[in-house]
Design a protein around this ligand. Structure first.
Ligand code: NDP
Length: 296
């Protein structure tokens, strides 16, 4: 495999020299156990790119310095995870339209002197949903109203969903997300307060768990009455560890098609990879790497 650089990566005057690897990173806290570095480095190697991915523990009070350092050292970009997705916004030069709508950034891209904020979470979700069901014209119920829910709701609406229902425990957050989606995308969106086991409407086409219930907890139960979910409904979970959550097991037992969170994880990373490098990554390599890392 050639170890020389692709000439496309030499045009940027902010990169000090072509003779060192290009660097991207992830800022988060706590960030140990995040599978992205393992997945990205496998994909860089498969593409023959001299790029490196660093996972960096950055506390909230260190974020501004970390972003300054990233700029000074000519990093090509980076990912942001908990708790930095919103706090990073004032430190960037501009946002993409989608990140601006969501008010959250999971991916920084350096273009010349500018650092641009993008959000690939929702796009990654929609890319993994489409081979299972095209969201165009579908009635979608989304459980949760946190960062992942914002990204998934906006991109699912932009992908052509006919209507959205946001179900959330905290009234303020759920109501705010329903209003945001409707205002920004024009797709009719309602909020339902979550009390006890959620009873799904009989005409739901896609049901998505965007809460953190089940994360690192194979027995974590999402309070949904699956007797009300039609077997024709596609049921998706954004939780990727474990890949087969209790929520997806219950959906399968009901006869529904299911979609795990690994597809979203791989796709959001693949979109970032392509944006940083200009090269389409091998998604099968990325999926294998994540499964190996998580022992899925
Ligand atoms: P947030 O903390 O921003 O939001 C968590 C959401 O879960 C809130 O809506 C919260 O409700 C709800 N929630 C948590 N516990 C309960 C409970 N016991 N009962 C009812 N609702 C509950 O987290 P994120 O949105 O950032 O992340 C959510 C999940 O998405 C995580 O598991 C994360 O790993 C996953 N994720 C997956 C990605 C992938 O690529 N597959 C990418 C990004 C995230 P309330 O508002 O009432 O507190």
């Amino acid at each position: 495999m050639s170890r020389s650089f692709d000439p496309r990566f030499r045009k940027d005057p902010l990169v000090p020299t072509d003779d060192i690897p290009q660097i991207v990173c992830c800022f988060g806290q706590p960030v140990a156990g995040n599978p992205t570095q393992f997945m990205m480095e496998r994909a860089f190697a498969a593409a023959g790119l001299e790029w490196r991915y660093l996972t960096l523990e950055v506390p909230p009070e260190g974020l501004a310095d970390a972003v300054r350092g990233l700029r000074a050292m000519g990093f090509r970009g980076g990912n942001l995870t908990i708790p930095h997705k919103v706090a990073v916004i004032p430190l960037l030069d501009r946002l993409t339209a989608a990140a601006d709508m969501m008010g959250a950034v999971n991916c920084m891209i350096r273009e010349g002197k500018e650092l641009i904020g993008e959000n690939t979470d929702g796009k990654g979700f929609v890319e993994s949903l489409k081979p299972v069901v095209d969201p165009t014209g579908k009635r979608v119920v989304l459980l949760g109203a946190g960062g992942a829910a914002r990204a998934v709701a906006i991109e699912t609406a932009l992908a052509g969903a006919a209507q959205l229902t946001i179900v959330n425990r905290s009234l303020e957050r759920g109501d705010a997300l329903a209003k945001l989606v409707q205002d920004k995308t024009g797709v009719p969106t309602t909020f339902v307060a979550w009390q006890g086991d959620y009873a799904a409407p009989g005409d739901v086409d896609v049901l998505i768990n965007c809460t953190s219930i089940g994360l690192n907890d194979p027995s974590g139960r999402v309070p949904v009455d699956f007797n009300t979910v039609p077997p024709s409904c596609v049921v998706a979970d954004v939780v990727f560890n474990p890949a087969e959550t209790q929520f997806l097991k219950a959906a399968k037992a009901r006869g529904c098609k299911t979609l795990d969170g690994l597809g979203m994880l791989v796709n959001q990373g693949a979109i970032a990879f392509r944006t940083w490098t200009g090269v389409e990554p091998n998604r099968a390599v990325m999926r294998d790497a994540v499964e190996e890392f998580l022992e899925a």
